[in-house]
Ligand binder design. Structure first.
Ligand SMILES: [Zn+2]
Length: 301
């Protein structure tokens, strides 16, 4: 099943905020929040966490990567629950030390608030991104307790970004991928998201494909359960290979001209997809990174 609403999925899992911009809550003895969307969503996440946990604090917030739309509300959630530990990959901690990265995250959060309003999502509180301290840098293989007999494992899944981490609860076969497993649109199409490196992205998909998955929480667009969850990683790999080929054939047509290739690919991939979808500017920026990653790869070969 493909669930595209917020609220309760299973007794221990809730989708907070908005489907396109979710945070996930695992209700357990040590409750965990996964991802923190955009700054303009902080009030909503906090309210919904309080409702779910009867006011109590989450033990930890896990960040899948340090893009603006996954860490925007981290400071706001921390302010509401000061005892909560923020956990992020070591590579992510490095990104958060770079003033230029912080500036970009701030600008994109301001723009993003307008986008959410356009999508009909209520935004409230401060729209400004605030920096935060990572309490617990995490590495591949780290394990955190949730409840007796339920744990959360950190799995390094680079490729979308270098700092990307997925989180897996083996006892529930529940996986949180951020963008490591692509972004699914309402039509079922999966956008491949290798912004940093194609081979790393594909290898990360292979790693995720080896897991047993019953509940798959995507960074954007919904929660997949049962057969849809099981099939998603294979489908994401198919789209990944297909999209690489599309980039290669388009570059061959344009004689290696990236700007022209971008326009051709946008017409084929992005234009036919109905809203809600990523804003065009962000799509083109990401597409640029994906095309250049393929070019680098083909130059190496
Ligand atoms: Zn994202």
């Amino acid at each position: 099943m493909i669930l595209q609403n917020t609220g309760t999925v299973t007794p221990e899992l809730r989708v907070l905020g908005a489907v396109q911009l979710p945070a996930f809550l695992i209700d357990a003895d040590f409750p965990a929040v996964i991802d923190a969307g955009m700054s303009c969503m902080a009030d909503r996440y906090v309210r919904e966490i309080r409702e779910a946990l009867n006011g109590g604090p989450p033990a930890r917030l896990f960040l899948t990567h340090t893009h603006y739309d996954h860490i925007g509300a981290a400071a706001g959630i921390k302010k509401a629950f000061p005892e909560m530990e923020i956990c992020c990959s070591e590579a992510g901690c490095e990104v958060l030390k770079r003033p230029r990265a912080i500036e970009t995250i701030r600008e994109l959060n301001r723009d993003g608030a307008g986008y959410m309003e356009k999508m009909g999502e209520p935004v409230s509180g401060s729209l400004e991104f605030e920096t935060f301290t990572v309490d617990h840098p995490i590495s591949d293989g780290d394990t955190f307790p949730l409840s007796a007999g339920m744990h959360l494992h950190a799995i390094a899944t680079p490729g979308h970004t270098r700092d990307a981490m997925s989180f897996y609860v083996p006892e529930k076969k529940m996986l949180f991928t951020g963008e490591a497993a692509g972004v699914m649109s309402d039509t079922g199409y999966i956008f491949s998201e290798w912004l940093a490196d194609y081979n790393d992205y594909y290898a990360s998909l292979q790693k995720l494909g080896a897991l047993e998955i019953d509940i798959l929480c995507l960074g954007h667009g919904g929660v997949l359960t049962g057969r849809d969850a099981k099939n998603h990683i294979d489908r994401a790999m198919e789209y990944c290979r297909w999209f690489r080929q599309l980039i290669e054939s388009t570059l061959a047509e344009t004689g290696g001209d990236v700007e022209q290739a971008k326009q051709h690919i946008k017409e084929k991939e992005y234009d036919p997809i109905p809203d809600p979808k990523q804003p065009e500017m962000a799509y083109l920026l990401n597409l640029d990174a994906k095309i250049r990653a393929v070019q680098r790869l083909d130059q190496q070969n």
